[in-house]
Design a protein around this ligand. Structure first.
Ligand SMILES: *Cc1c(COP(=O)(O)O)cnc(C)c1O
Length: 449
């Protein structure tokens, strides 16, 4: 995440910023002929060897980001939010770097535990936990279950059975609007997650859990949204959560030992975009926690944070080949061999990316283009208003940085294109983590014929 090694000069004729590698993995270097290397491996060689579309994941960037969190947040549990991207290698890297894991389903939980992740370091979330989710959580011995609604209290207690005891937390909605888009704001009362602080349902649920001998309430949880770039909303959430802990203490004589403030830490997808300052976040949360606990006469609880995007996002690069270039009126459409089936985020939340031509040096004037996918939807856009060389043509390679989070984990089978492979790069070596999904994969599930 630091400086990039410059191996070739910025070519003449490019506008300022067009050669900016600030959102790329720290290992990224420039190679001759417009190519880039990530993790010591040439991206155009990867495209030739593994075909496109393909996803490249820089192991050192993932590990480096885990370490940045551990260093910035001492005395805090850092849990990686698995839904951003999960694979067996990712589970291993996160475990080796000393993080915990936050999962939302039996599938994510089983993959993690069967890949060697200690279940007691896993927290299970979900606004609608299925019987299978709860069965897996209890069978595997998950560390915490986060209760998201009143009906879960009796359900989990019943599943635990007589003599058993499960550690739980309560997801509280602190009434804060923060985050990059309506669909990722989860801290307000008008969305599906959690129990409201404002209408008393959080307090009511807490009282019921404390009266339930099969459940051990370890603390409170909130997750106020995603792609948040300011420290302030977290501080407001912290104060409201400590306020609730103080009321729990007054009403029940219980000092809850844990406070989990969720994730949502914002990253830059394009050069110049704001980023959440993790050091400032950690420092101000710690100071705010000590101050508000002292004011409320509470012991300081252990903090937890749950970053997903900020760990995986900047470690990934998506590679596509241009299949067609179409000029319609004022617009230039550059169509590539992937699209919404490997990255639905632009269609879902209108997010913006900065794709880059690789594998050939162009001296053409840059033009604004819309990079679209190959799927049968007009909304199948990968990058609106992308600055690309004016001579972009079929056969060219495009690389999209910051592709590691919420892309492949949200990928679909649309148009039977097949999900791309994931290639890990590290110190000059490329390893396939996940192979490309093939027609045989689709056929093997299609057993009705
Ligand atoms: C999605 C989610 C996270 C991670 O969010 P990021 O924006 O990827 O950091 C953390 N906690 C919970 C409960 C979540 O649902």
């Amino acid at each position: 995440m630091g400086d990039h090694v410059v191996t070739a000069a910025v070519p003449a004729g490019l506008p300022a910023g067009a050669d900016d590698l600030s959102v790329w993995p720290a290992s990224t270097t420039r190679l001759p002929d417009g190519d880039l290397a990530v993790g010591g491996v040439s991206l155009s060689e990867l495209a030739d060897r593994f075909d496109t579309p393909a996803y490249v994941l820089d192991e050192a960037e993932v590990r480096g980001r885990c370490r940045t969190y551990r260093d910035a947040f001492p005395d805090t549990d850092v849990l990686y939010a698995a839904k951003a991207f999960l694979s067996r290698a990712m589970v291993r890297w996160v475990r080796e770097e000393g993080l915990g894991l936050d999962v939302c389903s039996a599938g994510e939980l089983e993959l993690a535990v069967t890949s060697g992740f200690p279940a007691e370091r896993v927290v299970l979330h979900g606004n609608a936990k299925s019987p299978r989710d709860l069965e897996a959580a209890l069978r595997l011995g998950v560390g915490r279950i986060v209760i998201d609604g009143p009906s879960e209290i009796a359900r989990i207690a019943a599943a635990v059975g007589p003599g058993g005891r499960q550690k739980v937390m309560v997801r509280v909605v602190p009434g804060i609007s923060a985050g990059g888009h309506d669909k990722i704001r989860t801290g307000t009362d008008d969305q599906k997650f959690g129990l409201s602080l404002a209408d008393g349902s959080a307090q009511h649920a807490i009282a019921r859990i404390l009266g339930q001998p099969r459940l051990e309430l370890t603390g409170l949880h909130c997750h106020i949204g995603s792609q948040i770039t300011e420290v302030k909303p977290y501080l407001v959430a912290l104060r409201r959560m400590v306020g609730l802990m103080a009321r729990v203490h007054d009403a029940h004589g219980v000092a809850l030992p844990e406070l989990d403030l969720g994730g949502g830490h914002g990253i830059a997808y394009r050069p110049g975009e704001p980023v959440l300052d993790l050091t400032a976040l950690a420092r101000r949360l710690r100071a705010g926690l000590i101050e508000s606990c002292a004011a409320a006469g509470l012991p300081v609880p252990r903090l937890a944070v749950e970053p997903g995007r900020a760990v995986a996002g900047p470690a990934g690069v998506a590679l596509y080949r241009v299949l067609a270039v179409k000029r319609t009126g004022e617009k230039v459409f550059v169509a590539v061999d992937g699209g919404m089936s490997d990255n639905p985020r632009p269609a879902l939340y209108g997010v913006r990316y900065a794709p880059r031509l690789i594998g050939r040096r162009s001296t053409a004037e840059p033009r604004t283009a819309t990079v679209v996918g190959r799927h049968c939807e007009a909304g199948d856009i990968l990058a609106a208003d992308a600055e690309l060389p004016g001579d972009i043509r079929p056969g060219d390679l495009l690389a999209v940085p910051v592709a590691g989070a919420y892309q492949l984990s949200m990928a679909s089978g649309y148009n039977l294109v097949g999900r791309p492979p994931v290639i890990a790069v590290h110190e000059g070596t490329a390893t396939t983590l996940m192979r490309r999904e093939t027609l045989d994969d689709f056929r093997s599930r299609d057993i009705g014929g």
